[in-house]
Design a protein around this ligand. Structure first.
Ligand SMILES: *Cc1c(COP(=O)(O)O)cnc(C)c1O
Length: 227
């Protein structure tokens, strides 16, 4: 606990460039770091971009679209939040990866919008792994059915799975939930050649996620400070 407190203190006194450099140095090369910039201003994103960061995560579609318009076009935008079907159209021209696909209705709309823009949109299925009550994510029992449906959406490619652990300090619980998702991902991967991303881990729990095979972490407060 003392060690963790020490690390948190280091991060809170660092600026964005320092925090980014420090975090990147500690990550294995195959891990993609998504800088979660939701609620943060253009200046903060620009600082991270100038330090070499290209993957950014947002959880509100209109906020992401507005930032996309204002910022350099080689930024890869990740939609990490819950997606309302009627808003897919605002991100369809540019979104890089949609992390929280959780229904056929949403898949069908992404397919429709991707087709309209003549592109293939990549996404992840969000799996419900948290024991706490949550509306979001597909129950494990429905993942294969949704993958089957997705395979018939020619303009959508499912690149893997995403999940969020319960909001708790109990590391054993977080570990158990991440382990469930990891087992599912690695059991499906041989059957789904497009699978390459396991999006798992945020500021508070990414070290555990990495131990369990995550190769994509979504880190916000640890880079940009508290929201
Ligand atoms: C906000 C958010 C994050 C980042 O959270 P931090 O604790 O600030 O790192 C990651 N994933 C999702 C889905 C989020 O909404």
């Amino acid at each position: 606990m003392g060690g963790l407190f020490f690390i948190l203190c280091i991060f809170t006194t660092m600026n964005i460039t320092q925090a980014l450099t420090y975090l990147k140095q500690s990550l294995p090369k195959e891990v993609t770091l998504i800088a979660v910039s939701k609620t943060k201003p253009i200046e903060a994103i620009t600082e991270a971009y100038q330090a070499g960061q290209l993957d950014f995560g947002e959880n509100k579609i209109q906020e992401m679209a507005s930032k996309w318009e204002q910022l350099p076009k080689d930024i890869r935008w990740h939609m990490i939040g819950h997606v309302q079907t009627n808003k897919v159209k605002y991100m369809a021209p540019f979104v890089s990866l949609i992390h929280a696909i959780d229904s056929r209705k949403l898949l069908a709309e992404i397919q429709k919008q991707a087709e309209k823009h003549n592109r293939i949109i990549e996404g992840l299925l969000q799996v419900r792994i948290a024991q706490e009550e949550t509306k979001y994510g597909v129950p494990i029992s429905e993942v294969e059915g949704l993958l089957d449906f997705a395979s018939r959406c020619n303009n959508v490619t499912i690149k893997g799975l995403m999940g969020m652990a319960s909001f708790t300090n109990e590391e054993s619980q977080i570990r158990g939930e991440f382990e469930t998702l990891s087992k599912l991902y690695f059991s499906l991967k041989p059957l789904h050649p497009s699978f390459s991303h396991l999006s798992m881990g945020m500021s508070g729990d990414y070290p555990v996620a990495l131990q369990l095979g995550s190769n994509m972490i979504r880190v916000g407060s640890k880079l940009f400070g508290a929201r």
